[in-house]
Write a protein that binds this ligand. Structure first.
Ligand SMILES: *Cc1c(COP(=O)(O)O)cnc(C)c1O
Length: 409
């Protein structure tokens, strides 16, 4: 594949026009939308509307007149459309770790005769911390088993209350079998919680079809909701009204403006709300979701696989044996990122950033490149690999300035 062929692919790309919806820097190639998506014009516009009109002019009245109070559920419905979830089953609130806490706490109460929670030993650290902490507070002895996920079957028995896995591995980009694992977990009467941090907006998922009990994810990665944007949680309709919120607050009450001194949960997902909605951040997310509403996850997936295939092929052709490909080649096992292992990986990523190719590094030795089909072009992939080749050939990654790591890698 040469540069002209990549330009030809861009010319026929059905998603090409969506790139104009993003504010991107000329001369930069952004391969880190899996950590923090870029700002969209829709998000900018909504932030201004919220601040200059709803807040400045409407003040407290905007709770009603601008629908602030219903934002967590209305945005939840828009995220639900990306998850194959029905309306009313997704809430946008808090950040991912808090949402995991709510689901884990609720699920452990429901599964009151079971004593084991299973997760992945290489899960994201925040997921591991919160599951340990919630298990300690369950009111009974709970063992958290952080296992090699490939041995899950050996650990499943009738004492397992909950299995919590991240659908796309944040380091390797490996995607797990949503349906198969959910079914195996259900076969022993356990419940399944999926973390979709690296799935939502990146790969199609269908929680209803797969029979998923619970899911949560963040919106500042592929969904482009903005730094620190609130996360989302999904509770299958069959568990709503059964699972209770372990962190209740006034806005999850059935009648918050009665100011009652005892808690009575609102019905449906509203009962999982704790606190006031972060209205400006939710405005940004609402604007960001507009780009997704102009396409489909199926169309996004086609381009995502084409971009990651292209990157892998170009790197292997130009730099044979230089990197170890950590991400699976099989499409069914690949998310929307490519992870390359190199012992001087931190230097590789820093040298690329200095040349305008933004990826990131995950210790100890993984260079991570995210491919977001809404704004990346095939020619960007081509140019990024050319720059990578230049870095490796010139030894720029060996510069001693890269011996000390920055706080955020
Ligand atoms: C990004 C990410 C998080 C981050 O959680 P926050 O509480 O939103 O900061 C948690 N888990 C996984 C798997 C992630 O990728």
């Amino acid at each position: 594949m040469n540069r002209d062929e990549c330009l030809a692919l861009d010319a026929r790309d059905p998603l090409a026009s969506l790139r104009e919806e993003f504010v991107l820097t000329e001369g930069e190639i952004y391969l880190d939308g899996n950590s923090l998506g870029p700002v969209s014009r829709g998000a900018q516009r909504r932030i201004h509307e919220v601040v200059d009109h709803e807040w400045a002019r409407g003040l407290i009245r905007s709770n009603n007149t601008a629908g602030w109070i219903d934002l967590p559920l209305n945005l939840g419905d828009r995220v639900a459309a990306l998850l194959g979830a029905p309306s009313g089953a997704v809430l946008v609130a808090d950040t991912l770790t808090f949402l995991l806490a709510k689901i884990i706490g609720g699920a452990l109460d429901v599964q009151s005769d079971r004593h084991v929670v299973i997760t992945d030993a290489v899960n994201f650290h925040s997921d591991l911390y919160i599951v340990e902490a919630m298990a300690r507070r369950a009111g009974r002895e709970i063992t958290v088993k952080a296992i090699d996920r490939n041995t899950l079957d050996e650990h499943l028995d009738d004492d397992v209350a909950l299995v919590m896995l991240t659908h796309v591995d944040f380091r390797t980009g490996e995607m797990l079998d949503l349906q198969g694992i959910t079914s195996a977990v259900h076969a022993v009467g356990a419940l399944m919680l999926w973390d979709f941090a690296h799935s939502t907006g990146a790969v199609p998922v269908n929680v209803e079809e797969a029979g998923v009990d619970f899911a949560a994810g963040c919106t500042y990665k592929y969904l482009n909701g903005g730094p620190g944007a609130p996360g989302f949680m999904y509770v299958a309709p069959r568990w709503q009204g059964v699972l209770t919120n372990p962190l209740p607050g006034w806005l999850g009450h059935a009648r918050p403006f009665d100011f009652a001194s005892h808690y009575e949960s609102a019905s449906g997902m509203r009962g999982f709300i704790t606190s006031s909605p972060p209205v400006i951040a939710l405005g940004a997310l609402g604007g960001a979701l507009e780009t997704f509403e102009r396409t489909s996850m199926a169309e996004i997936r086609v381009k995502s696989l084409a971009l990651t295939d292209l990157f892998i092929t170009l790197v292997e052709d130009a730099l044979p044996g230089v990197f170890e490909l950590v991400t699976p080649r099989e499409h069914t096992r690949r998310g929307s990122q490519v992870a390359l292992r190199h012992e001087r990986g931190y230097g590789v990523v820093q040298a690329l950033i200095e040349r305008g190719v933004i990826g990131d590094f995950r210790a100890p030795d993984i260079c991570r490149f995210g491919f977001a089909p809404l704004y990346l072009r095939y020619v960007d992939v081509f140019d990024a690999v050319e720059i990578l080749v230049d870095v490796m050939m010139s030894g720029a990654h060996l510069d001693e300035r890269f011996a000390v790591r920055l706080a955020v890698t």
